[in-house]
Unconditional design. Sequence first.
Lengths: 385, 283
Amino acid sequence: MKADPKRVLTGAHYLDGDHAAAEGALAAGCTFVAGYPITPSTEVVERMAERFPRVGGVFIQMEDELGSMAAVVGAAWGGSKAMTVTSGPGFSLMMENIGLACMMEAPCVVVNVQRGGPSTGLPTLPGQADMMQAKWGSHGDYELIALSPNSPQECFWATIKAFNLSERFRVPVLVMMDECVGHMTEKVVIPEADQIELYPRRYTKLSPEEYLPFKTGKDLVPEMIKAGDGYKIHVTGLTHDERGYPVMTWEAQEKLVRRLIEKIRLFKDELVDVEEEQTDNADVVVVSYGISSRVSIPAIQKARKEGIKVGYLRLIIAWPFPEKKIYELAQKIKGFVVVEMNYGQMVLEVERATKGKTKTILVPHGGGWVHEPEDIYKAIKEAAK
Amino acid sequence: MEIIPAVTYTYLRSKKKFPNVWCAGCGIGIALGAIIRAIDNLKLDRNDVAMVSGIGCSSRMPVYVDFNTLHTTHGRALAFATGVKLANPKLKVIVITGDGDGLAIGGNHFIHTCRRNIDITTILINNSTYGMTGGQYSPTTPFMKIGTTAPYGNRERDFDICNLAKSAGATFVARGTVYHVTLLEKIVQQAILKKGFSLVEVISHCHTFYGRLNKEGTAVKMMEWQKEHAIPIQAAAKLPPEKLKDKFLIGTLWDVDFPEYCEEYDKVIAQFQVPPEDSEGKK
Ligand SMILES: Cc1ncc(C[n+]2csc(CCOP(=O)(O)OP(=O)(O)O)c2C)c(N)n1
Ligand code: SF4
């Protein structure tokens, strides 16, 4: 399925990451956005409020982020492609209904333009410290997908990809931007609509009599309906059976939650999305994402000039984590350097994935500013020893 | 004794989802009966009804009826329903909530959904307690009444739900009880027909917890209390103030018109949508 030309702002633009994400959502066919203003993501909702009615979509400013996320899950079941946008404090409030979206298997997208935390932290300055919250923030066991773009151009594509993945796997997909990427303005080229491939909603072809809302085939993802098209089903945040009715037993829990997890884990290899450069015969590989990946480049170049073989690996999909990729490299290199704007989050995953085959050095940063390339360079030297 | 008309059963997922979770004698089932009859009287297509609820004994209602039913998180039913309604405005969206679900954890969504005047019918079952979790005090537990978390008497004041809804902007507000079922059916019907946000407060009883803790007796006793304390709004106009002391009004308490949110949004779309052939949107 191709994008709708009416919604695609074809051409070369000078946009910041927030606006580019909004345009990505429009191109992806998003028809519903619920949001609550919060720096540094407000530009997205402002652009949606202006752009949406013009292409026939709905934007609503809710009373808080609890409500925004609940409305998004409701809109998904009402038949919309739905999204919300926020930053740290709002992301925390959304956790409750991100869990509901996982349980109800409601396709939807959440953009988090990360700022410095905890709490109100640094409203206008960058952070990358919500990465573990993205994975583990709602209670209970579940799997979801999180992307991390590092430029306005990629914010455009990542948002489209997020919608496509959310439809395919019927999970909430998170776009974990950071304030730098959200507010930096660069050239964004938006192609013709027929160059944008969209994954359509997996509507069932079965009749209401045959259809079971949570029965799945081999890929473990059920087919969907929307409220009002004759199926009259029940959906709930309670543990449920294939009919969608609550069942309070360990057997039902095992069957449902295992499937919610397996439907992503089964496709983990396919969900690897990294940008890799010179990792083939590297001695040191720098792992990073978002703005930190761009700050790493001068450090990598400096080290290379000195003859150190440095590879660059950037996570575009951060969750599920590309553990196989990391393990393969771990067997060949002297060490990983992980650059992220927190005191150690994705580095824990890198370390875990190496299974002790190589060392892992973290270059931390509290947020509010980006890393000094010099600090990254020093870590590369250390890792190369 | 009159036998419940068969029509009620035809709306139940009787083979799929029974028995139910409610205590024998609970008022929630009576409210459900009235809601079903109201929907049946209006001849609504069942496919077009979406029933959304939060969490609580009252919020368990949707699973038993053959509509589009969505059972969400505690307090979030109105926000969730706002998404459903905006995604598919042809749906008759009915929210079932409780005094805890709708007014404590969901209180913010409650006042803002009233204010927004989106076409959602909300049926709030007020049993003055948190039934599902075992009888803790709620935003409608009267002053000095007992809850398991107010063992020495509740020192907080209770909400007047209908006044709250009215002042927050709801365009239709009514109160009924599970004792006065015929009236309840009628006001639910009016509420569904109302274009805009409508609220029906249903005074109900939780004999299992609230009744036992406050020594108010059986379900029947508690329904007698409803009978003795409810005064139809028309009758109240003719009564002296002393006769209204400790009583509450039932019937349609507020009914005004104000532009409905979905229709207003459609106007925005109609006015500002870029026609497909217009290149202005691509500037
Ligand atoms: C976030 C959250 N907090 C607390 C609970 C526990 N809980 C379940 S139902 C309920 C109270 C429901 O009370 P009410 O809405 O009055 O409904 P009733 O059971 O009385 O019908 C509570 C506190 C929950 N499910 N979720
Ligand atoms: S606990 Fe109370 S409110 Fe819940 S079903 Fe029993 S009587 Fe009804």
